[in-house]
Design a protein around this ligand. Sequence first.
Ligand code: ZN
Length: 701
Amino acid sequence: MKLGTQYYRPPFPEKKYWEEDFAHIKDSGLNTVQLWVLWAWVESKPGEFVFEDYDRLIEIADQKGLGVILSTIAEIQPYWISRVVPDSELIDHLGRKVISTNRDECNFGLTPGGCTDHPGVWDRMKSFLTEVVTRYRSVPNLRGWDAWNELRWNVQADGLVCFCPHTLAAFRNWLDRKYGGLEGLNEAWKRRYGCWEDVMPGKLPGRTYTEMMAFQHFLTWRANQHGKTRYDLMKSLDPDSPITVHACFPSPQAEGDSYDHAVNRGNDWFFADNLDGIGCSSFPKWWGQDDTSFSIRVDSVKSAAGDKLLWLSEVQGGRSNIGFDMSKPVDALSQQRWLWNGIACGADAVLFWCWRDEVFGKESSGFGITGNDGFALERLVAMKMTGRLIEEYSELISNYRPEKPEVGVMFSPQSYYLYWAQEGNARRPAQALEGYTRSLARKSIPYLIVEEEHLNVLSELKILFLPRTIVTDITTEKALEIFVKEGGTLVCESECGAFGPQGFYRYPEERFISRLSGIREIGRRSLTKDYFWTKIDGKKFNLGATQWLTPYWKDKGQVLANAKEGPLMVEIPVGKGKLTLCGAYLGDAYLHNWTADFENFVETMIRRAGWQPEIQLISPRLTKDSYVYIKSGQSGEKRVVFIFFPPDHDKAHLRFKANFFSGMHAMDIISGKEIDFLESKSGQECTLSAPKWRFSVLVGD
Ligand SMILES: [Zn+2]
């Protein structure tokens, strides 16, 4: 387990601090430092590489017993790039050359720099990466590489990119491969292009979907490809060290905006396919995120990472000060909750951002673990204790695997592309997905986010929710059909599969759910009130709805809810499984307006699909602002259970399934307390008291 901190973003912190800081870092229980190896800084003159500062930093780290993770920041490019590689600038959607400048968060170097589709830019980038890896691959304290920071490639482009000739050629090649030539494209797109040069990306949202969706899909692929290219090069030079990349946010949250197409920094699932693992940044106090939002982020990246490495590559160290705006300080216990929540989700590395407060630009005075937000001392005391625990239980933690989820929530990038193509962001599907995952996190039900092109995991699931999955292709539909016919439960929202991957609308009777279920939607109807009632197994649920309703034409199967013009929720057996069709959007409605009913509805659907909890919370009851969060897994033969208490409850009554702890006994490694369980008719029970840190990590046989 790497527990560390980001330290160096050249030229800060200055040299005079290094020795003392590294001694302090080691003394605080951390075992790793992360250093930004910045292309612009290292090769400030073409072909001349200066590594003095890194040599020294790595040497000091080694002397103090610290490992190093090197972040190769090839995306902050040298100032000479467009001089040495002419015409390599990105071109925006208005045909303007993108003028690169210093990044708002980096003192030296150009962003976005030259386009990596230009072979001259990649040649130069490649030689920088080669120099760095060759120089440091054999240092004894190297712990790994973070090959791409937050997957940035277009920040500060100040327009939609890239329309340069190299990227356009790459786009057309990608289409050519996908459709097997221009004729294939014309057939799929229903067009009559005469030559490839006429095929252009979409320019702005709100116009035809086809070429805009295609361009976004290409941009996702392109980012994945760039990550793989960096990885392949670095791995060929250093086969032994782990190499990951990390995003600013998990790809299901990449909803895009006026400068960003949806999912344009690549797709976590494909990074995980190609690399040793993936990571993610998280700044909960800065972004106003609660425990649930944090765990959703980590669970999302874990869903993509599978058995590969999961790095929490940037976790907030101290208060964020952005410009003259001050956010909440970072108290020690919040920080420890993030850290241990990360471990509970299966993280292999937790790296804080950063050690000292920043000293330049808008981040000045913020972010340091040792920073001046008034909580540095308590953070360091707590970190030291965690450092000790991580050392003491290193084997337990490194062998720990979270419980395998049997519940899935679909992430459909193609649906995101369509929403972005229409609305300029994919907020609706992103929020719909977040609504479902939020309800599951609050109920402590283990779940997997299922990416539409990685459906082999379906065989492990009992139920799959499809929030706002309005685009489906034949491959996805086939996999979903098999899933249902073999016993799975599919819960679809309004207009599921209403569009094909080229963005053409399908009439209700042409959609795969219609073929499977034998019933179809009657069309969009106005939402006259923003809720409806459903009755399942004798229990009534009041469910919020947004946007519109799409009731069903035929009354078939078991009707669970009605609208004025027909059934609104219907359950239909298909093969060994069943389809639950809901002609409304529930996930984003719940996200905007919390109800216990939605959470209970989701749990009821899951239990009806055959899932049984291993651990149940008997009390306290979950409320809007308070819930006990439980996460569990195994480490070898040992059970490991993480229990996070809310601020307003000091006790939690839990019931574990029979024989959960064969010894009827566990130890809380955080407080050191021994816990005994009582055998009851329905399992093993205990009432836990919140320790000082307000979470427990129970370990038992
Ligand atoms: Zn380009």
